[in-house]
Design a protein around this ligand. Structure first.
Ligand SMILES: [Zn+2]
Length: 392
């Protein structure tokens, strides 16, 4: 706050110093300078006044100063940024809009004002106007990439995925590789179509997602879901195969679903599949899925034997809790086993979280986009405690 007050006084003083020096150097402009000095002096006292109406009038006077001499533009930018930082968006917008519309200013200066104006709208929460401002900014030479990146960020924040796709495709023309992002935007569109119960549309979006990134495990998992919903198991298996061959690390996310379909015809094969995915990934979710299904598809002792073997090979609190739960289930009368199961389940859930490989954000559920740094595919598909155990 103190710094801002200092700034509030320093900016007008710089204005004054500039004008005084100009008065010395250019005596032939004495009349104009006098007029600017008058505007400036008046504006300064109004700006420092506590009356908001007076401060508004001050902006008009400063605008008049830049009209009389465009060379004061840097000071105007400083003033505009000061208004924005103080949350006085209407004033910042007025000042920057004025600069943008000064046709006689060099294009570079108008582009800078346009960029500032876009930020004003964004900070003020006026997204529609921010979008329009960034579109205009993209038209200025050398500003297109920055404007399109800002637009893409806005569209992602507002979940306007179609516009995000279009903007990303425009950005790709400038050499950025955004195939991963574009593929996810199409997956988001597919999610929306599925929510609207429009499977055909969802399928079209997934085709687009795979066209953008043929190795996107999310799109293949989605394609498998759509195929299953349509009763086409062969197509679902083909989609899961793609994950297995291109991105095997993501198998834990679809293992239980695939095992369930396999079990309809071949339960031992389904169990073997889950065991193999657990052996490769150490995923506690797969262990849980395997143990729950083995209790039904085989018998409880087989499930318990597998759980203790898993605990021995990859000791973790999560694996221990799986075993405790099995014991509690085997003997519902055993209060101690029940208590142990409850406590270990609760504790393991606290530690078993997914972690963003870029910013370290921790999440209880898997996400394709990190809520912290907004990167796509930054969460490894296994939980942190399992990943550590697997690394040893
Ligand atoms: Zn992150």
């Amino acid at each position: 706050m103190e710094f801002e007050l200092w700034y509030l006084i320093a900016v007008p003083i710089l204005f004054a110093a500039g004008w005084w020096l100009r008065g010395v150097d250019f005596k032939q402009h004495k009349t104009a300078t006098q007029s600017i000095d008058d505007h400036y002096a008046k504006g300064l006292s109004m700006l420092l006044s506590d009356d908001p109406g007076q401060a508004d009038k001050a902006i008009d006077l400063f605008i008049e100063v830049v009209r009389l001499d465009p060379e004061t533009i840097e000071l105007h930018h400083a003033l505009g940024n000061l208004f924005r930082r103080r949350g006085q968006f209407d004033r910042a917008i007025r000042l920057h809009s004025f600069l943008v519309n000064r046709a006689e200013l060099p294009e570079k200066e108008r582009a800078l004002a346009m960029a500032e104006l876009s930020i004003d709208f964004l900070k003020a929460g006026m997204y529609d106007r921010a979008e329009a401002a960034y579109e205009q900014l993209a038209g200025f030479k050398g500003r297109e990439v920055e404007a399109l990146e800002a637009l893409m960020h806005i569209y992602c924040t507002e979940h306007e995925w179609q516009k995000a796709v279009e903007t990303a495709e425009r950005l790709q023309k400038s050499g950025r590789d955004l195939h991963v992002e574009i593929s996810h935007y199409y997956c988001e569109l597919a999610e929306l179509a599925r929510m609207m119960k429009d499977a055909a549309r969802a399928g079209e979006y997934i085709d687009q997602a795979l066209k953008a990134n043929p190795e996107n495990p999310r799109a293949w998992a989605f394609a498998a879901d759509l195929a299953l919903a349509a009763g086409d198991k062969r197509k679902a298996f083909a989609a899961w195969e793609k994950i297995e061959s291109a991105k095997p690390a993501y198998l834990p996310l679809i293992a239980a679903k695939k095992a369930d379909v396999m079990a309809e015809t071949d339960k031992p094969a389904a169990i073997e599949f889950l065991k193999s995915v657990f052996a490769r990934s150490g995923s506690i979710d797969v262990l849980n899925a395997a143990v729950a299904r083995m209790s039904v598809w085989a018998d409880a002792p087989t499930a318990a034997a597998f759980a203790s073997e898993a605990l021995q090979n990859r000791p973790s609190l999560s694996a221990f809790s799986v075993l405790c739960n099995l014991r509690a289930k085997a003997d519902p009368e055993d209060e101690q086993a029940k208590l142990l199961a409850e406590v270990t389940t609760k504790q393991s859930k606290l530690f078993a979280r997914y972690q963003c490989s870029h910013c370290g954000f921790l999440a209880h559920t898997f996400a394709w986009q990190c809520p912290g740094c907004e990167r796509w595919d930054s969460f490894p598909p296994v939980r942190v405690d399992e990943a550590k155990k697997g690394a040893h």
